[in-house]
Design a protein around this ligand. Structure first.
Ligand code: PMV
Length: 309
């Protein structure tokens, strides 16, 4: 038995979404975290093996300590069902680069949550899983807006506003995106904390920038519904310039964004927490290969392609 969850990109609106403005995000279904379940009759308890992070968790029992994200996830699923840990081994694997704005943490949590439920022969509804993944995100990432868990659990493009019900997105024409990885891990918690300090120190400068990002997202929502790809590209560029002002870009991100635009992308911007991690470029289907090559030549450690529809 295998459970899984995808990576995600933020098309527009990161950082401002923490302050209540809308953002648009989409799953990257080709990049996934997986959890393989083997039922063990001869042992009592649950063993989690996370080879990517060189971790084997001790068998989880009812009152294990909960300072670890994986243990915390298991505990939340067990208490949701009010059941003891199943006798099983769950092997976690993730093809999603860590600390790079692609939501690897939330994807691993979602895959593990699904796997624990499957090992107990229970059905874990997406609404409940979404709450559980958000709890784990809160413990380990400070003040998450909730966008990562939402797009990853439902695996659909979303128009997201913090603390508001899920809204799926209306997409008029499918989007081809090339994702470029700077290869430089960056902790979202740090970038979000720095933006918060900047906001508190200079509210008169920062608040209007956040509001402008909010307007970019509203316009992007309309252009997406109309299928106007070139207008959407321009909005992504505007969003990137506003993110620069929030100090969350980096030299490597700037190089990749410039290379994508020179290579013919409609628009390009950092995606996620920034300061490193990944950027995205909106491209015509026949320029995917060209933009990929341009990104690799500009120093990308890897590129991924995804279609949003
Ligand atoms: O996890 P990341 O790096 O994709 O960042 C999430 C987006 C932020 O807006 C920067 C933070 C948040 O909680 O929404």
């Amino acid at each position: 038995m295998i459970a899984s969850a995808p990576a995600k990109i933020i098309l527009v609106g990161e950082h401002a979404v923490v302050y209540g403005y809308p953002a648009i995000a989409a799953p990257v279904s080709s990049l996934r975290a997986t959890a393989t379940i083997t039922t063990q009759d001869h042992r009592s308890g649950l063993l989690i093996e996370a080879s990517d992070i060189n971790k084997v968790l001790p068998i989880v029992r009812a009152n294990a300590s909960v300072n670890d994200a994986l243990t915390q996830t298991v505990q939340l699923v067990l208490s949701h069902f009010g059941l003891p840990a199943p006798n099983a081994t769950i092997q976690l694997a993730s093809g999603i680069p860590m600390a790079s704005g692609l939501g690897s943490g939330a994807a691993v949590t979602a895959a593990l949550g699904r796997a624990v439920a499957q090992a107990m022969h229970q059905t874990l509804h997406d609404d409940d899983l979404n709450r559980i993944v958000y709890e784990v995100e809160k413990l380990h990432h400070g003040t998450p807006s909730g966008i990562d868990n939402t797009v990853i659990v439902y695996e659909k493009p979303v128009y997201f506003i913090r603390d508001e019900p899920l809204r799926l997105l209306d997409i008029g024409s499918s989007l081809h995106l090339v994702i470029g990885d700077t290869g430089q891990p960056s902790l979202t918690k740090k970038a979000v904390g720095d933006v918060r300090r900047l906001h508190d120190a200079e509210p008169a400068t920062i608040q209007p920038i956040l509001a402008q990002i909010g307007s970019v997202v509203e316009n992007a929502r309309e252009t997406l519904a109309q299928g106007d790809i070139s207008a959407l590209g321009a909005l992504m560029n505007a969003n990137h310039r506003l993110l620069q002002k929030l100090t969350v870009s980096s030299d490597a991100l700037e190089r990749l964004v410039a290379a994508a635009l020179d290579g013919g992308a409609y628009g390009a911007k950092l995606s996620g927490g920034g300061r490193g991690g990944n950027m995205i470029a909106l491209v015509a289907p026949d320029s995917v290969d060209h933009v990929r090559k341009a990104l690799l030549e500009a120093g990308a450690s890897n590129t991924y392609v995804t279609e949003v529809r």
